[in-house]
Design a protein around this ligand. Structure first.
Ligand SMILES: Cc1cc2nc3c(=O)[nH]c(=O)nc-3n(C[C@H](O)[C@H](O)[C@H](O)COP(=O)(O)OP(=O)(O)OC[C@H]3O[C@@H](n4cnc5c(N)ncnc54)[C@H](O)[C@@H]3O)c2cc1C
Length: 130
């Protein structure tokens, strides 16, 4: 417990601390929302390999059977709703390497270019290897 408190206190020492959340489905968004709930001064940066943040994967069979006509209706929240909650959303962005000591993560963007982001903490929420 004291380690968690120490980590939180050292995060608060920073100006606009950022927590990197890899994955933007159920687990990733839950983590990002909880971070904001616990401390609204922290910006979660949620990166996801696909273009569909907070989609109901469980709803795919209902789309395939035409019970849900538009697959965008499978989204629990729209991207702009998520962003309005203080979460930075990076879609079509794949985390390809992480250096926990340097606190950097290499991101591969949809045009195949690469970018390195600096973070204060990271959370890894990808259940499948993409
Ligand atoms: C057809 C179907 C029906 C289902 N029905 C049910 C049900 O009825 N009830 C139930 O409880 N569960 C159901 N599930 C399971 C449920 O969908 C999963 O348990 C849940 O989606 C897991 O959420 P997750 O956030 O851990 O991972 P996922 O939903 O798999 O999300 C992974 C996230 O990580 C991202 N990602 C992956 N690799 C990278 C990378 N390198 N860089 C950046 N981002 C990355 C992806 O883009 C995605 O945003 C069903 C699943 C399927 C496929």
């Amino acid at each position: 417990m004291s380690k968690v408190v120490d980590k939180h206190e050292s995060l608060l020492m920073k100006n606009n601390p950022k927590i990197l959340v890899v994955g933007g489905s159920d687990a990733g968004l839950s983590a990002a929302l909880r971070i904001r709930e616990l401390d609204s001064s922290i910006t979660p940066i949620m990166v996801l390999a696909d273009e569909y943040p907070n989609f109901s994967i469980c709803g795919i069979p209902f789309y395939l059977s035409h019970e849900v006509p538009d697959y965008w209706h499978l989204a629990h929240r729209t991207r702009s709703e998520i962003e309005s909650l203080g979460i930075e959303v990076r879609t079509s962005t794949r985390a390809s390497a992480i250096d926990p000591k340097a606190k950097t993560c290499r991101l591969r963007l949809s045009d195949d270019s690469e970018e390195e982001v600096q973070y204060d903490q990271h959370h890894w929420h990808r259940s499948r290897i993409c």
